[in-house]
Write a protein that binds this ligand. Structure first.
Ligand code: ZN
Length: 242
C-alpha cells in the first residue's frame, strides 16, 4: 500500500504522486492528513482524496480550516493560508474533512497525523520523540506525517536505543522486526531539501518499505498560490523543498 501525507492543497504534486503510485502497481492509498492549507487548490485535493484514498486523517491545518483549532496558533503565512482556505473551500470538502479522525488504530500499522502521543501537534524529528512515540503505540509500526520530512526511527529490542535517519529517494528498509516510526515525507510541501513530492511504498506482507520521490510541475502550484493572493514565500519554498 501507499502512505502519503501533507498534500496541502498542491494539486499538481498530488496528481504526480497518484500517478507514480499507480505505475508502481499499488492500489491502496492511505493519507495521513493535512489535505489543505498553504496551497491554492484545496477543493480539488479533497475531492481527489475522497475518490482514491481508502482512508484519510485530519491534520492541524485541516482542523484550523474546520474551526476546531484557533488560527492564532499558526505562523503568519500559515494563518493567512488557513484563513483564505476557510473562505474559499466548498461545503463538500468541509463535510469530508469533518468526518475524519486524526489517528486510526484499526489497521496493521498505527496511523497518526503528527505523533502517537499527540496525533495533532507533536513533531517526531528526534530519537527522544520517537522513543516516547513508540512507548505510546499499541502496535509495532507507526506512520506519521506533519513534519514534511521523509524519515524513519527504529528500536531493535527491549531496552535498545532508538536510531533513525532521513529517508532520501530510494531508501529501502525491512520493517519486519523491532519497533518503527516512519514518515513518508510531504506530498505538497516537502521540507527536507528535495522539492520532489514524497510517498512511501509499504508492502505489508513482507514489511518492505521504499521511500519514493516524484517530479511535478512546481511552477503550476506556485502560480496558483500567487494567483490566489497568498504569501509569495509559500510559492517560493516549493522550489527548494523547504
Ligand atoms: Zn502539514
Amino acid at each position: 500500500m501507499a502512505l502519503l501525507s501533507d498534500v496541502h492543497g498542491n494539486l499538481p504534486a498530488f496528481e504526480a504522486v497518484l500517478e507514480d503510485i499507480s505505475e508502481a502497481g499499488v492500489d491502496a492509498r492511505w493519507c495521513l492528513g493535512d489535505l489543505v492549507g498553504y496551497g491554492a487548490q484545496p477543493d480539488e485535493c479533497v475531492a481527489l482524496a475522497a475518490e482514491v484514498c481508502e482512508l484519510c486523517l485530519t491534520g492541524n491545518h485541516d482542523l484550523v480550516v474546520l474551526g476546531r483549532i484557533d488560527v492564532n496558533t499558526f505562523s503568519p503565512a500559515a494563518a493567512e493560508a488557513a484563513t483564505w482556505t476557510r473562505e474559499n473551500i466548498n461545503d463538500d470538502s468541509i463535510a469530508y474533512l469533518a468526518a475524519l479522525p486524526s489517528e486510526d488504530l484499526d489497521h496493521e500499522i498505527g496511523l497518526y497525523h503528527a505523533s502517537p502521543r499527540d496525533p495533532v501537534w507533536e513533531y517526531v524529528l528526534s530519537a527522544v520523540q520517537a522513543e516516547a512515540g513508540m512507548d505510546a503505540m499499541t502496535g509495532r509500526v507507526g506512520a506519521v506525517g506533519h513534519s514534511h520530512v521523509a524519515l524513519w526511527f527504529r528500536r531493535s529490542g527491549e531496552g535498545e536505543l532508538v536510531s533513525g535517519d532521513t529517508a532520501p529517494d530510494g531508501t529501502e528498509l525491512d520493517l519486519s522486526e523491532g519497533d518503527w516510526i516512519v514518515n513518508p515525507g510531504g506530498v505538497g510541501q516537502p521540507r527536507d531539501g528535495d522539492p520532489r513530492a514524497a510517498w512511501l511504498l509499504l508492502e505489508l506482507d513482507s514489511w518492505r518499505a521504499t521511500w519514493r520521490r516524484v517530479e511535478y510541475p512546481v511552477e503550476e502550484a506556485a502560480r496558483a498560490i500567487e494567483a490566489a493572493g497568498l504569501p509569495v514565500m509559500l510559492a517560493e519554498r516549493l522550489y527548494v523543498g523547504q
